[in-house]
Design a binder for this molecule. Structure first.
Ligand code: MN
Length: 227
């Protein structure tokens, strides 16, 4: 029996138009698994709408949302683990505004907070694993310090191949020229949508790439070979 597709989608950062355009292009079915790599919220124009679209997608396909450092900041602000200001200056202010201009933290929908609480650290298949920011190559996936790895830029530390032999599919480190960074053992698909680039989806097994932007444009391509 043929399984569905496993498709990863990079950092959305509140780009609701790009997400709507990309989801339309993907034509997801109930057999498909959509791995959202984290940082769905903050910085961009409409994080509330993005979370609504992800909730709706979870009814249409198998949605696997991974927690990004931005969702972590929101949850930590809700739990009083960090000062609210720490989140607001990292793009949280735009997220609050999407619930109504000048909205307070208490106005973020409880359904959305509950949804974020279900997001995981990573996802794996036979050949790939999916995480937000980074990983330690010699540590098992189940033993990774994900709270720290969510934050670590690939510009600061570019890991070697993971010991599992699986290829890593990551977001978090924005490729500001709009191109996917394919290192062979590691593919980063954050292509800077909120900064005028693309929102990228990748089916690693077929190398099919779908991209959409905030102007509502979309394109499809193949992943170029490792650099
Ligand atoms: Mn991030």
């Amino acid at each position: 029996m043929a399984g569905g597709r496993t498709i990863a989608i990079g950092d959305i950062h509140g780009c609701a138009t790009a997400l709507r355009t990309l989801l339309a292009a993907l034509e997801l079915t109930s057999n498909d698994t959509l791995v959202m790599l984290g940082d769905a919220i903050d910085r961009g124009p409409d994080s509330r709408d993005v979370l609504e679209q992800l909730l709706a997608s979870s009814e249409k396909c198998h949605l696997v949302p991974i927690l990004g450092n931005h969702e972590q900041m929101l949850l930590d602000a809700v739990d009083d683990k960090i000062p609210l200001q720490d989140w607001l200056i990292h793009g949280g202010a735009e997220t609050l505004d999407s619930y109504g201009p000048g909205a307070a933290l208490a106005e973020v929908s409880q359904e959305h907070i509950d949804f974020l609480c279900t997001w995981g650290d990573y996802h794996k298949t036979a050949d790939y694993f999916f995480a937000h920011g980074n990983y330690l190559p010699k540590k098992k996936l189940s033993k990774q310090p994900w709270e720290e790895m969510r934050w670590r830029s690939l510009n600061y530390f570019l890991p070697g191949p993971h010991k599992s032999g699986k290829i890593a599919v990551l977001g978090h480190t924005a490729n500001k020229q709009g191109e996917i960074a394919n290192h062979g053992h590691l593919i980063c698909i954050d292509t800077y949508c909120h900064g005028g680039g693309w929102l990228t989806a990748l089916e690693p097994a077929t190398s099919i790439v779908w991209q959409a932007n905030e102007a509502g444009e979309s394109q499809q391509a193949k992943l170029t070979k490792a650099c």
